[in-house]
Design a protein around this ligand. Structure first.
Ligand code: ZN
Length: 680
């Protein structure tokens, strides 16, 4: 039976959503590293290695209805969420023995789980925000209204504003203004002229209209408001820089005085905005893409006050939607998750609340989580692996056939300066000033967002904290930061299938070893190579070496640009270039590190019928075993700088001759081609 929730039956519909989403959690299976049952022995590894490594896994692991992409990454994330959920459930009980931290994250989670109260309150928690927008009576006040929404309600407005390192002087933290203000995932969703995007735009307008009605507007008013929002967002999208162009730091760097910025946007009162958000004083700032602010100013100038009020109402309703009564949650889910990504069912409430608590208070809940799940021994072992990878990259750079000795010296200097951050931060974020109320979900979400905003704005002019982390400890991911020149591995990823000390070295080098190598190589990809070891944008390659580098990266752009994400839709080789370069470099140096490690001992035996080299490649391939919904795959082509799992595996192994040798492939086979691409 299909039930349609309308405004009039808003609260009648509530129980339906709850009935689906409050399913009792079941402990998810822990993913395993090196899974023999995943292998499809009917496939030829030399023709399609991904199918060989993952074919049976793909067949036996359909995408759960509350996911859009299902793979080893997602399985580990489910597991971490579940472990975190257990902690949060325990901390949510109002027990007088709770520590102050447990009280804080326990109450945050409890407020989120209290759907009865959320539904009872209806849209009331949003009212003071909507009142502030209603009181807006002159376009000259736009800057003040945006500042109020940001600092009082935690709502991001029509652009991005914050503090970050000056990319030419990474020791300095400066103000930065950038593009933003869109409700669809990318500017291309507004600009591409194909039937799928046209339909998405139409459905987006219909979705906005329904949301406005849920917030209390008449059908007629809601429809007009949706059109108004679309007009402003389309103009902002037209003024935005593409994701591919944003990869180039030079294109994102335009230092200006405040007077210059005021000249660029004469209809926006920057002084009022900066005063409103309580920003410190500064002489210059970086305006990443001045054209965006020209487009914004034109909209301020030409659109009516009513149009702007509709736009701001949308920002407020959309930002809050996931934390309002079920009818809002459901409508938001249907458009953003089902239509755009193909998700069939909403994730149960406990998962959404666990993730929200991790997002809002990650270093509070994370510090208790690592005590249980990340031992000092794991950290020490991980540091040994990192050293082996550093030595291998050192060796790789020294032996590079295309690079001059001068540039090699500079590359090695940069490598030596990479800072390794493993598991969790040395100093934990202090949340003592963040107020959490057990009966105020939307308020908690807003206060957590304001807390982060304040923390960021206060960095202006202060020394850089090199110990800071950009991911929470339970996160299943890792990153390299060019201005910090550091690699960061949260405790969340340092588990099977990536990292498993009960397994042989080949499996760990193929898993977490490749991930470490991948992050290090980011320091030397199309984007990272434009920064020096101190994190400043500065050319350290000779002109000739840069030319040779670009010839090699162009080879990867062409190669990956020929791969299809779904039939008929090819990858963007330029957008994915950095990740592809990192995958290729990571695989090569992890393999070298493994061989150097194995050479110290007696020859390693075959295990399960596979040589150490074969186990290395299989462990690598299986990290990427995954199934993806078609809508999500189409979305990723436009928005995700990573290639899909199958191409991450096949693209990398076909560029590395040791793979063909390990599996005895014939030269010229698809995975052992005559001509391959190589950067690092
Ligand atoms: Zn990466």
């Amino acid at each position: 039976m299909k039930v349609v929730c309308t405004v009039s039956v808003l609260f009648m519909c509530s129980w339906l959503v709850q009935a689906q989403s409050n399913v009792a959690p079941v402990e998810p299976k822990a993913p395993q590293s090196f899974d023999l049952t995943a292998i499809d022995k009917t496939a030829d590894p030399c023709t399609d290695f991904y199918q060989y490594a993952c074919g049976n896994w793909k067949k036996n692991n359909p995408i759960p209805p509350d996911q859009v992409k299902w793979g080893q990454f997602a399985q580990l994330r489910e597991r971490n969420d579940w472990l975190l959920y257990k902690e949060l459930e325990a901390a949510a009980a109002p027990n007088p023995k709770r520590t102050p931290l447990e009280q804080k994250y326990g109450d945050f989670y409890a407020a989120c789980m209290n759907t009865e109260l959320v539904n009872q309150k209806g849209a009331a928690p949003l009212q003071s925000t909507l009142d502030a927008i209603n009181a807006f009576s002159n376009k000259k006040q736009l800057a003040t209204v945006l500042a109020t929404l940001e600092i009082r309600d935690g709502i991001s407005g029509a652009f991005a504003f914050g503090v970050a390192q000056d990319q030419k002087d990474s020791q300095k933290q400066i103000a930065q203004a950038g593009q933003g203000g869109l409700g669809l995932p990318d500017r291309d969703y507004y600009l591409l002229d194909n039937p799928r995007m046209q339909k998405i735009r139409q459905d987006y307008i219909a979705h906005m209209s329904r949301m406005f009605q849920l917030a209390g507007d008449t059908q007629e008013k809601a429809a007009a408001e949706a059109q108004a929002v679309m007009a402003i967002e389309t103009a902002l999208a037209q003024g935005s820089m593409s994701r591919t162009d944003r990869r180039d730091p030079a294109k994102r760097y335009h230092i200006m005085t405040l007077a210059d910025l005021e000249k660029l946007t004469p209809d926006f009162h920057w002084q009022s905005y900066l005063h409103g958000i309580d920003m410190g004083t500064f002489q210059t700032l970086n305006v990443s893409y001045p054209q965006f602010f020209t487009a914004l100013n034109a909209q301020i100038n030409t659109q009516s006050l009513e149009t702007w009020k509709s736009y701001l109402r949308w920002r407020a309703i959309h930002d809050a939607a996931r934390w309002l009564p079920d009818a809002f949650v459901e409508e938001n889910f249907k458009f953003y998750d089902t239509e755009l990504l193909g998700q069939e069912e909403i994730a149960p409430r406990w998962k959404r609340c666990t993730q929200a608590t991790d997002e809002g208070l990650g270093e509070a809940v994370g510090q208790d989580w690592v005590k249980k799940y990340f031992s000092p021994e794991k950290k020490a072992n991980m540091l040994t692996l990192v050293s082996a990878l550093e030595a291998a990259l050192h060796q790789d750079i020294e032996q590079l056939p295309w690079m001059s000795d001068d540039t090699k010296k500079k590359a090695l200097e940069k490598l030596a300066l990479i800072r390794n951050k493993i598991g969790y931060p040395e100093h934990w974020r202090d949340y003592s000033t963040l107020e959490v109320k057990r009966d105020d979900l939307l308020g908690n979400i807003a206060r957590a967002s304001i807390f982060e905003d304040r923390r960021n704005l206060k960095k202006l002019g202060k020394p850089v904290d090199e110990t800071e982390w950009g991911m929470t400890p339970p996160t299943v991911n890792a990153y390299y930061s060019p201005p910090f020149n550091d690699i960061n591995f949260p405790a969340g990823i340092l588990q099977p299938p990536f990292y498993d000390y009960s397994k042989d070295a080949a499996v760990n080098f193929g898993g977490i070893g490749v991930v470490i190598g991948h992050e290090m190589t980011h320091g030397f990809d199309d984007q990272g190579s434009k920064y020096d070891g101190k994190g400043n944008v500065a050319e350290w390659q000779t002109a000739e070496d840069r030319k040779a580098f670009t010839e090699r990266t162009d080879c990867e752009v062409k190669e990956y640009g020929g791969f299809e994400a779904v039939p008929g839709l090819k990858l963007n080789g330029q957008l994915t270039l950095g990740e592809n370069t990192a995958d290729n470099g990571g695989l090569r140096i992890a393999y070298t590190a493994l061989m150097d490690t194995l050479a110290k001992d007696a020859p390693a035996p075959e295990i399960d019928g596979y040589t150490p080299a074969q186990r290395f490649f299989l462990a690598f391939g299986q990290v990427w075993c995954s199934n993806v919904r078609e809508q999500a795959a189409r979305n990723y082509v436009l928005t995700d700088p990573h290639s899909p799992g199958n191409w991450r595996v096949n693209g990398a192994v076909e560029n590395f001759d040791q793979f063909g040798k390990a599996f005895g492939c014939k030269k010229g086979a698809p995975m052992y081609p005559e001509n391959a691409c190589r950067v690092w």
